[in-house]
Design a protein around this ligand. Sequence first.
Ligand code: SAM
Length: 275
Amino acid sequence: MRFDIITIFPNFFEGFLTHGILSRALTNGAAEVHTHDLRAFTHDRHKTVDDRPFGGGEGMVLKPGPIFEACESLNLIPKSLRDPSKETVILLSAQGRPFTQAIAHELVEAERVVFVCGRYEGVDERVNEQLCDRELSIGDYVLSGGELGAAVIIDSIVRLLPGALGNPDSARFESFGAAAVPSVVAPGEPPPSTNAAGGLLDYPHYTRPADFRGTPVPEVLTGGSHEAVRKWRRQMALCKTLRNRPDLLANASLSAEDLRYLDKLRRAAEISMPE
Ligand code: SAM
């Protein structure tokens, strides 16, 4: 899979590309990342990429010319003929649609993803209209540039590439994962770490030591009952989702057992509410 990043700060990505899963994917050829210095597509002595906004107001805007030329140098298929499920151009923007794990799953199917990183007050809108297939935001806050957004999106896609994670189930069944989960553990089978899937947040994890500075891990995890572990993990995922992201519950796939547990949690919360 190929990523191209159009940016005024190509060196920004140096550290990010040399660690962990991403670095491994680059080394084994599963992914390639190419950065393109926007200033290389300017024609004046000062390598000017920005200009004042029409209509007045503070700040500067990235000019369309260098971005169009940068895209042309990449031999992209024109937007009107492009199949964005194979080759897609993304504008990073605080005004974009929120980036989600579901979009990461869509993008991992593409062969090539191109990012246009804004700076200053943003990018001339003709870039969005004529070159880009999607305008994406990585959250409801304003960054100083699109580079962090591109890095976040690349990271979340690359870990979904086949073979990127040691255990492919890790990507299928983690927070926000849409895959359905087995509702009971088969006799003799260890509990799969899948009890957060179906659109919930992940459950809490513990590792050794069993007792850390006087705080033991929950007893159920060391009790040897796989079914009890499955049930506990599912309940904790429901509990975390209800507490931190109740909005996710509306689209989660929930069993009758899940709904009963959520009802119990909600009633317990009502009881503990102060008068
Ligand atoms: N004037 C813009 C606004 O109010 O929406 C903010 C521009 S911001 C300072 C400069 C650049 O950072 C944007 O063009 C965009 O590329 C990037 N950026 C800022 N916030 C972002 C976000 N939440 N997600 C993705 N990119 C973002």
